[in-house]
Design a protein around this ligand. Structure first.
Ligand SMILES: Cc1ncc(COP(=O)(O)O)c(C=O)c1O
Length: 382
């Protein structure tokens, strides 16, 4: 019989990956596990896709993305003083996932070290492994912001630093000041910064998001990654984009067209319609997350045995627990009690003794799930 074996990179990935295979929530369970908005995609977006299909927009698109979409995205990109963007600076991708994949595969190879402040979105480390690079996890400070001293030690000689802001899984918004210190640390180095700002429209009162592109000392070395998935409740449409230094965009475009070809044409017209939605549509969705965040805080604050850093952005709570068991065990125990969460260890070694709760779920599911979590973990003696 023919013996087939996956490539070495896949063996490496299987060995190193912290990402679980995701199962749907069984009947009776509530899922606080997924970063999946429960809102429907706004109707004008759906209608734009249907109109495009009816008009015959069923053929291959420009491999870098429809020029009209790229031009519109370029005109809306964050920019510091004196910086402007053109359509050629933007690559439209199959979601942020493919943007991140394209930039990592384009820029990282064996021998390259990639600094990832952790806990971090678990895709990042997997992509570095897939590219043959080396993951250099740098633990966050106890308040889940960057440990800038540790970064100062790790960054010299690194090829790339990868992070999300606002952060999945911590819900932290890294401030302008943090970004400015990072920019100063990187002066004189060749480190490429990848700033994944997928949750840019989800920032809670008292916090302000500064894009890395708006920080003078970072803007020339930053690849900005964005997606329609979270802001417009378009996870299933698979459309995202990146922008940054032209050589990086060109290399990422080469990678993306090699592995993905062009992005679905009608979906790109739908994305264009999403950009045209009145501001109120996105603000209303953001408001529902703000209210759900209040629910999370109300259920979890002050519960013995549980410690929540108040989410500053995104729709995640990164909950530390006192129970003396690994997070994968706790996640399994919670699943048996009919609430699904993600084990903190998925996001890096420092994620241990945490679980990630998504409040993209409905308010009812959220309340039910939080009650089950508090009933199981809300006692230091458990
Ligand atoms: C920080 C971050 N980046 C990227 C993605 C992937 O987004 P997309 O659906 O556009 O591939 C996610 C999805 O959860 C995410 O949390």
């Amino acid at each position: 019989m023919t013996r087939v074996r996956p490539a070495r990179r896949i063996e490496d990935l299987r060995r190193c990956s912290r990402r679980p295979a995701l199962a749907p929530a069984p009947p009776g369970s509530v899922s606080l596990a997924m970063g999946e908005p429960d809102h429907a995609t706004p109707l004008p977006v759906v209608e734009a896709a249907m109109a495009a299909l009816r008009k015959g927009e069923t053929h291959y698109a420009d491999q870098q993305g429809l020029r009209i979409l790229r031009a519109e995205l370029a005109s809306r990109l964050p920019a510091g003083p004196g910086r402007s963007w053109t359509a050629d600076d933007v690559l439209v991708t199959h979601g942020a996932t493919a943007a991140l994949t394209a930039v990592v595969l384009a820029m990282i190879g064996p021998g390259d070290r990639v600094v990832i402040p952790e806990p971090a979105y678990s895709l990042y480390a997997d992509l570095v492994v897939l590219a043959g690079g080396t993951v250099d996890f740098v633990p966050l400070a106890p308040d889940l912001h960057w440990d800038l001293d540790a970064l100062a030690r790790a960054l010299p000689g690194a090829a790339m630093m990868l992070f999300s802001n606002p952060s999945n899984p911590t819900g932290i918004v890294h401030s302008r000041q943090e970004l400015e210190v990072l920019g100063a640390l990187l002066e004189g180095t060749d480190v490429l910064v990848v700033s994944d700002e997928a949750y840019h429209r989800l920032v809670y009162p008292g916090h302000v998001l500064t894009s890395a592109l708006q920080v003078q000392s970072l803007s020339d070395r930053t690849v900005y990654v964005q997606t329609f998935s979270k802001t417009y409740a378009m996870t299933g449409w698979r459309v995202g984009y990146l922008a940054g230094p032209r050589e990086v965009v060109d290399a990422a475009a080469q990678t993306h067209r090699t592995s993905n070809g062009s992005v679905n044409t009608a979906v790109q017209y739908a994305a264009l319609a999403a950009l045209d939605l009145p501001d109120g549509v996105v603000d209303d969705m953001a408001d529902t997350y703000r209210r759900r965040r209040e629910i999370v805080m109300a259920y979890l604050s002050g519960v013995p045995g549980l410690h929540l850093t108040p989410p500053e952005g995104a729709f995640y709570g990164f909950l530390r627990y006192d129970a003396d068991r690994p997070s994968e065990v706790i996640a399994r125990e919670l699943a048996e009690r009919q609430v699904m969460v993600r084990a903190g260890a998925e996001y890096g070694p420092s994620g241990e003794r945490h679980v990630r709760i998504s409040f993209a779920a409905s308010a009812d599911d959220l309340r039910t799930g939080l009650e089950r979590i508090v009933a199981h973990l809300g006692d230091p003696g458990t």
